[in-house]
Structures are given as structure tokens and as C-alpha cells.
Design a protein around this ligand. Structure first.
Ligand code: CUA
Length: 346
């Protein structure tokens, strides 16, 4: 078998393996992918990505093939000491490889600039405003026009423009919900703006996309895009505040939560439960903790077991966490009571 033939066989095998690897990622329902856009911003950004990707693939393939062709066509042959034709200073070539990149850059550049402008601000002047505050390592969501604060799981109405105002309480984070929009930095002392419109009523996954400390990878979030009716009733429930628990175990848990035995637990110094005396602001607002699907900023599902583990030893779930203390002095019974109280906050 000739060398050229062997080489072309290797190249086609590599191409086959690569396309297999790429395509196998497409069929799956991935939680966090920009290739399944669910709104106008993510879609416009994906279109742009595809456009530049095709050019990049074309250029990459052309350069690779040209290189391989030259390497093999002009390789040194036995007994042949002649030098191939030298083309240094070819005006035609110089013009060609100046002009072609200009055309390609223009084709990619014009839609890039127009997309940057079209995705800058929501069209709807009555967009829902949500202020997102990044913390090490959780997300605070404030609805300034509704007077509601929640954490880690963002509720929005589907099919409505949402204006996101981003700022940070400590270090630089990055807010990223790939199916809704590209990432945007979350910087202390300034407000960055982005927006999206969720076209499907579903739960979207997101996460911090800027290295922000030991638990950067554990700074996740979920976005629940629900019907306007469901959103309105969610808002009404939030505004009504937490209900007093009827159950005696939950009541005992509430007392501990509110700092009845401060040496065991004193949750109200950091956490707010709307409608109670718990008004701490350092940690996440827990008013509807029982109805959230996840705990500790989206890293585990919301179960009694995980909530117990989180209260007892938060570091075991989220390395590096310092603000949420351990609770070694709680008896199992007391811990269960607090868990019962929190899980009942719907
Ligand atoms: Cu916050 Cu990474």
C-alpha cells in the first residue's frame, strides 16, 4: 500500500472517530447545553456560533489538507536534490490571502455586531425585573417590583421577557443558564444587564461560570419557567409569607431555628423566613425552602437526608463553605425537628 493511500486511510479513520464523538453528544437530552436553545437570546447566540463554527471547520480542513498535500507532494525523494519552484513575493497570492480573510471576517463580523445589539435589551418595556446577587456559593434572586426575595431557584413566567440585573456581594461570578442565554459576569460594585425569554415551560439548569473559590463548581441554580397563572400564584404565596406549622415536631424545629437554644442553632442571624422574626440577610432566604427541588445551590436534590447532612456538616456537601456553620450540638431528634420545620416551608 502506498504511503499516500495509507495516510488517507488514517485521515478518514480519524475523521470518522471525531464525527462519531461529536454526533453522539447531540442526540442526548443534556441539562446544560447551548445547542438546545429555549429562547430568542440563546437562539441568536447559537446561530452566530454555528456561522463561525462552519467557517472555522472549513478553514481548519483546508489548512490541514493543504499542509498534508505539501508535506507529501514535496517531500525529499531518494536521489532527488532539486528544489521545488519558489514562489516568494507572488502578488496574486498576497492579494488572495489578504482579500479572502477580509471577506470571511466581514461575513462573521456583521452578524456578530448586529446580534450583540439585538440581544442587549428586552423588547418588552414591562419585562419582569430580577436582581441577581452572586454570593460564595449561592444565588440570591430579588424581585424589586414584587417585593420578593428567594434563592438558588429562580421562578419566572414563560413567554415573558425577563430583565436580569447582575451584581455580586463578594468576588466575581458568572451567571449562566445555557438554554436561555450566554454567560454574563457578575461583578461586585457594578450592575451588568442581560435578559431572556423562556419559550418552554420547564426547569432549566444553570451554574456559575467564573472560578470563584473552592466550591465554584457547586454554585449551581435552577430556573423554573411556569405559566403566568402559576407564576402569579407563586408570587401570592411568597407575599403571604410562611405559615405557622401545625405539627408539634415542626413547631419544636421552628423554635430551635429561631434561636431558642443559641448554642445549638441560631439560624435567624443569617436566614430570613418571611412573616417570622427570622430576618437575617447573610444566607439564603428560606421562606419556600420546602418547595425547592434542590439544596445548597442546586448540588443535591431536596430530601430530608440531604437537609440533615447539610445542617450537620455543610462542608461535607460544599467544600470551603465557612458562613454556614456546622451544628455538632444538635441531637438527632432536634436535627429532625429543624428538618421537619424547613421541609414544611412550602
Ligand atoms: Cu461563583 Cu464560580
Amino acid at each position: 500500500m502506498g504511503l499516500t493511500r495509507r495516510l488517507s486511510r488514517i485521515v478518514s479513520l480519524l475523521a470518522l472517530a471525531l464525527s462519531g464523538a461529536v454526533l453522539s453528544g447531540c442526540g442526548q437530552s443534556l441539562k446544560q447545553t447551548p445547542f438546545d436553545p429555549a429562547g430568542p437570546v440563546a437562539r441568536a447566540q447559537l446561530d452566530l456560533l454555528k456561522l463561525s463554527l462552519w467557517f472555522a471547520i472549513g478553514i481548519g480542513a483546508f489548512v490541514t489538507l493543504a499542509l498534508l498535500f505539501v508535506v507529501f507532494r514535496f517531500r525529499e525523494k531518494k536521489g532527488d536534490t532539486s528544489i521545488p519552484k519558489q514562489i516568494h513575493g507572488s502578488t496574486k497570492l498576497e492579494i488572495a490571502w489578504t482579500f479572502i480573510p477580509i471577506v470571511i471576517l466581514a461575513i462573521v463580523g456583521v452578524p456578530t455586531v448586529s446580534t450583540a445589539f439585538s440581544t442587549k435589551a428586552p423588547k418588552d418595556p414591562n419585562a419582569l425585573v430580577v436582581k441577581v446577587v452572586g454570593h460564595q456559593w449561592w444565588w440570591e434572586f430579588q424581585y424589586p417590583d414584587l417585593g420578593i426575595v428567594t434563592a438558588n431557584e429562580l421562578y419566572i413566567p414563560a413567554h415573558k421577557d425577563v430583565q436580569i440585573l447582575l451584581t455580586s456581594d463578594d468576588v466575581i461570578h458568572s451567571f449562566w443558564v445555557p438554554k436561555l442565554a450566554g454567560k454574563m459576569d457578575v461583578i461586585p460594585g457594578r450592575t451588568n444587564k442581560m435578559w431572556f425569554n423562556a419559550e418552554r415551560e420547564e426547569m432549566y439548569y444553570g451554574q456559575c461560570a467564573e472560578l470563584c473559590g473552592p466550591s465554584h463548581a457547586n454554585m449551581r441554580l435552577r430556573v423554573h419557567a411556569v405559566s403566568q397563572t402559576n407564576f402569579d400564584s407563586w408570587v401570592a404565596e411568597r407575599k403571604a409569607g410562611a405559615k405557622e406549622p401545625a405539627d408539634s415536631v415542626a413547631r419544636a424545629g421552628m423554635d430551635l431555628f429561631m434561636g431558642k437554644s443559641p448554642s445549638k442553632a441560631n439560624c435567624i442571624t443569617c436566614h430570613t423566613v418571611d412573616g417570622t422574626k427570622a430576618q437575617g440577610k447573610t444566607g439564603p432566604n428560606l421562606t419556600n425552602i420546602g418547595s425547592r427541588s434542590s439544596l445548597a445551590a442546586g448540588i443535591v436534590e431536596n430530601t430530608d437526608e440531604y437537609l440533615r447532612q447539610w445542617i450537620r456538616d455543610p462542608k461535607s456537601l460544599k467544600p470551603g463553605v465557612t458562613i454556614m456553620p456546622m451544628h455538632p450540638n444538635l441531637t438527632d431528634e432536634e436535627l429532625n425537628a429543624i428538618v421537619t420545620y424547613l421541609r414544611g416551608l412550602k
